[in-house]
Design a protein around this ligand. Sequence first.
Ligand SMILES: [Zn+2]
Ligand SMILES: [Zn+2]
Length: 335
Amino acid sequence: MRDPPLPPYLDRGDGHNRCCQRRFWCIADVCGVLCVLITWLLIGYAEYVVMMILLSWPHSVMRGIHLVLYNTLTVLAFSSHARTMLTDPGAVPRGNATKEHMQWITSQEGGVVYKCPKCWSIKPERAHHCSVCQRCIRKMDHHCPWVNNCVGENNQKFFVLFTFYIASISVHALILAVNQFVSCFHTEWKECSIHTPPATVILLLFLIFEGALFGIFTLVMLCSQVQAIWTDETGIEALKGEEVRWRRQQRWKSMRAVFGRTWHHWFSPFTRPVLSGGGGGGLRHVYPVPTGATHHGDSVRLLDSGSIDSNDSTDSESVAAEMERRTLSTGDMPV
Ligand SMILES: [Zn+2]
Ligand SMILES: [Zn+2]
């Protein structure tokens, strides 16, 4: 099934953070690439032990069921990981905070428009700047080195599925490994695997450790992500205790916005929900960088967001309060 077209704010314009002829989103971060390789290595290790030791029983229906189930979950986990890593999380076009642009937007929408001084973009509501991706990301939840990418509006579904499928194969491998351990105690260890008994014990113990560690880690992550979607508040917003100025979506509406309208799409890492480009930010997200434009930051209605990520507001009182609060707390000044 083909993905729906990307919304216009997900630009492929300047090739920043892109590879393979700009087809895929890639972050050039050494730590992230290492974490991704470790993730693949751990998935591969679990696959090897499960296939060579845990499911090396004589052919039976039960073995067939476990084999199909485990491998299906592994393929889905790997696919979810790849899609989280290679999907634009919702990057705002760089360098579109130009004088002309700002004037045009304020004339169209009114209110205050924020720019990011780091990537020089017009900062939509609920966007935050990521120092690793060097971009402002819409509805950024956090930057995850295990997927070498930000988790944002456009790839949160894949990340949630990644945690779900990793938790599933961890629990599955744990059950199989404990079962194997118990059965090997009651028989000869030599008959338990093609490896020597010490090697079998070491392989099984490491798999149990890996399954328990990553099972707990991904289950905690899964719960926090589902809660964030359910309450329509990202991890970074909750962490900073940001004032809720956006209109919270209804809970099921929020779930459907992330996972898709129909149930059979919810667990598939091969489909992406159609994004509206909305989220309360209005028109200002969609403008590309004007060609030949120069950077100015002198709009009366423009605010630098500084190192503290921020959102805009259309309410003059709350804007004034926000300006005062930010001036006091961070030293940032309105331009
Ligand atoms: Zn930025
Ligand atoms: Zn990032």
